[in-house]
Design a protein around this ligand. Structure first.
Ligand code: MV4
Length: 450
């Protein structure tokens, strides 16, 4: 087992990893930017090294500084968390070359999944269901028109280097294809330095359902059931839950099997997520594979009863997994509490937390790095807490979440708490009818809230 792990991250996930390391008797090293000198991850780690100023490029994304911090402190492994360098193949490679275990995917897996057209071809070859579309990259308008005609409009054109909606366009008919494809290519070139495109049939009002997987160094893999992440706004997840209200035993079994095929096809080692689009007929299609621990891993932990960070560390150290799959025993919901004003278009609201009262009680888990008096820096993402409710049924989990949201007091900044209170009372949400289109159309009335 590792003796010392450096956590190449900040915020709640840095704290989350430190907690598990402590329980496992592993020493921890925090790295931080000057903007984070008063953060809890700095205080709770055994050692802490300042790696630069507030901008991520000069701190949390600066590979030489992080490798130096690991060498100075003699860390034998690095946990990258999510975001930042967690899916950076160069970082994974440099860690390995320096004799530091990267707790995450290999450079080949990261690059193979980062290239979405290639990832889709790999999955298709492995027998994972994919959305009908181009075989790999489609680069000319003429070729795109030919494929679109074959599969039928509407279609989607997506950036191969993209993800999370960047460089993606909905194409309703042939007369708009050229213009939309050009703008998608320009956006993709500007964002990713690559304008390769692939095409898919458009799936109407899909649900976003993902499967958590874990693989070990012997090539064995298992799944830990699904997470429904359909409650998204502009490709930002706001709520995740398990079981999915749309799930059936048969669908879970089929999606779980497909996810394991996906993992085995790339000899996946560690914790990963296979994202699917699910249409109204419960047909599912591979969308992307994430080669990291995700923000929403906590809901899975709560329903299957184990610590995913611990499992990640164990497989990285060479331990084998049992190979059995998991079905949810409980219902868990996570609300992402962001420092944003939901009444004003989710505008960021950094600043000092003047007053804080956190919810607790039966079936409530709160993962956060904030405390009373903490100033949220404007430099990083706006998520400040994850509130998770766990209960026997979905109905009870919603009731618990409402109760906990009501208890949650954060003064000095605006947060997404009022949004979540409205959502927990929304008929479509309560009925389990949320698709990825829901938040684009619904308008909440906040006039009765203070
Ligand atoms: C789609 C789709 C419909 N049909 N692909 C959005 C982000 C990117 N990862 C894939 N996305 C979508 N791909 C086909 N063929 C609809 C979406 C989509 C979506 C997917 C998941 C979660 C939220 C979404 C919001 C809008 C569109």
């Amino acid at each position: 087992m590792f003796k010392k792990i450096l956590i190449a991250n900040r915020g709640e996930i840095a704290l989350r990893v430190i907690r598990t390391c402590k329980e496992m008797g592993i020493k921890t090293v925090a790295v931080y930017s000057t903007a984070d000198k008063d953060s809890l991850h700095v205080r709770f780690a055994d050692e802490a090294i300042c790696i630069g100023p507030a901008p991520s490029n000069e701190s949390y994304l600066d590979i030489p500084r992080i490798i130096s911090a690991a060498e100075i402190t003699n860390a034998d492994a690095v946990h990258p968390g999510y975001g930042f360098l967690s899916e950076n193949s160069k970082f994974s490679r440099i860690c390995t070359e320096n004799g530091i275990k990267f707790i995450g995917a290999t450079p080949e897996q990261i690059d193979g999944m980062g290239n979405k057209a290639q990832a889709k071809s790999t999955m298709e070859a492995a027998g994972v269901p994919c959305v009908p579309g181009s075989k790999g990259v489609v680069n000319t308008v003429a070729e795109a028109k030919k494929i679109a005609k074959q599969i039928g409009y509407p279609v989607m054109i997506k950036a191969s280097a993209g993800g999370g909606g960047k460089g993606m366009r909905y194409i309703p008919s042939e007369d708009q294809l050229e213009e939309l494809m050009d703008s998608a290519k320009r956006e993709s070139a500007a964002c990713f330095g690559n304008d390769d495109m692939y095409m898919e049939k458009f799936i109407e009002e899909p649900r976003h359902i993902e499967i958590q997987i874990i693989g070990d160094q012997t090539g064995n893999a298992c799944h830990l059931s699904e997470r429904d992440c359909s409650t998204q706004r502009r490709h930002q997840k706001l709520v995740e839950e398990v079981p999915s209200p749309f799930m059936t035993k048969k669908l879970r079994d089929e999606m779980g099997k497909a996810a394991i095929k996906a993992a085995k096809a790339v000899k996946y080692e560690g914790a990963g997520t296979v994202e699917f689009l699910v249409d109204k007929h419960r047909k599912f299609y591979f969308m992307e594979m994430n080669t990291r621990i995700q923000v929403e891993h906590c809901v899975t932990e709560e329903v299957v009863g184990f610590d995913l960070i611990r499992e990640q560390i164990k497989v990285a150290a060479g331990y084998k997994i049992s190979g059995k799959n998991y079905t949810p025993q409980l219902h868990a919901i996570e609300c992402r509490i962001n420092a944003e004003d939901p009444i004003n278009g989710f505008r960021p609201s950094p600043g000092k937390i003047k007053e804080l009262h956190t919810p607790g009680g039966h079936g409530i888990r709160l993962d956060t790095h904030v405390y009373s008096g903490y100033a949220i820096p404007p430099n990083y993402d706006s998520m400040i807490a994850k509130l998770i409710s766990v209960a026997q049924t979905r109905e009870e989990a919603i009731a618990k979440m409402k109760r906990a949201l009501d208890e949650f007091i954060i003064e000095g900044i605006k947060t997404t708490i009022p949004f979540h209170i409205k959502l927990m009372e929304n008929e479509t949400f309560v009925n389990g009818g949320v698709t990825t289109k829901f938040l684009e159309e619904v308008e909440f009335d906040f006039s009765d809230m203070k």
